[in-house]
Design a protein around this ligand. Sequence first.
Ligand code: GLU
Length: 321
Amino acid sequence: MKLRIIPILASLALCGLTGSAAAEEKYVTVGTGGQTGVYYVVGQSICRLVNRDTARTGIKCTAPSTGGSVANLNAIKSGDQNMGVAQSDQQYNAYKGEGAFKEQGPWPELRAVFGVHPEVFTVVARADAGIHSFDDLKGKRVNIGNPGSGQRATMDVVMAAKGWTSADFQLASELKAAEQAQALCDNKIDAMVYVVGHPSGSIQEATTSCDSVIVPVTGKEIDDLVAANSYYAKSSIKGGQYKGTDGDVDSFGVVATFVSSTASSEETIYEMVKAVFDNFDRFKKLHPAFENLNEANMLKDGLSAPLHDGAVKYYKEKGWM
Ligand code: GLU
C-alpha cells in the first residue's frame, strides 16, 4: 500500500511546485536606487510599460527604491530581485568578481539586458566650504555614500587611486542618496558624491535648497583610471542644468545598465524588452536623462556580461543584431 501512496504524493507535490514557480515568475521585481535618483524613474518607467500589457503577458512588475547598483546586483544573485539597474563598472565587477565583488568571485549567470543613460561621477559642495577641486575634499565632511550604492563603490576606487582612506576626511558619512542633499543644505556635510544621470532630482535639490556648486573631478589619477578601465570614460555635467553651474563641469562617468540573470526566463525578459522598445518614444519622454537614448547605443554601451537570451531574441527579431 505504502508503495502506491508515495508516488501519488510525490507527483502531487511536483504539480504544486511547478504551479507556484510559474505563477511566481509573473511577479517581477526591478531594483532601482534612491527615490530622488534616475534609477527609480528607469524602474518605474519600465514597469509602467510592462504593466500596460499584463492581461496578455501575465507579468506584474514593481520597482521599489533600493540601496543602488551593488545592492541590486547582490539581490539578483540571491534571488530577492529578478532584475535591476546597475552602473556599468559594477556590472563588470560583479561578472568578473572584481572590486566590490572580489570576495564573492565571478558570477557567470549575470546577464546584461540593455544600457540606459550615461551617469557622471558628480561632486556637489556647499558654496561656503572652499571646495573647488576633488583634492579639496581632503579634511572636509564628505558623504561617501551608503554601502550598496554605486557611488560608494566608485568612490572607493577613486579614493584608492588617490591613496586616501576615510580617515583623510574630517567626516566620512554613509548617508543614502536620497538623504544627502538635505544633509548638505543643513550643513551636516560639506560635500556629497553621486554617480547619477542628469538632470537629477537629488542634484536639483542640493543646488536649489542652498548655495552649492558642482566640483570638477579631474587630474592624473582620474586620467589613469579612465585609461586603465574600459567602463570609465571622460564625461561632463553640461552647464545650465542646475542653479549655480552655468558652464560644463568635467568629470568621468559610466553607463546605467539594466541587468538580470539566467534565473529569469527567456520569455519574461523578452516581454520586458519588448515593452520598452515597442514603446520607445513614450519611454524616452519619461525622464529628461533618457532624451538622447538610441537603440544602437543601448545594445552595446556598458554591457560586459553576456546579453540575456530573451533580449537577444527580441533584438534579432528587430534585425538589430
Ligand atoms: N548610480 C547610482 C547607484 O548605482 C544610482 C543613481 C540613480 O539612482 O539614478 O547606486
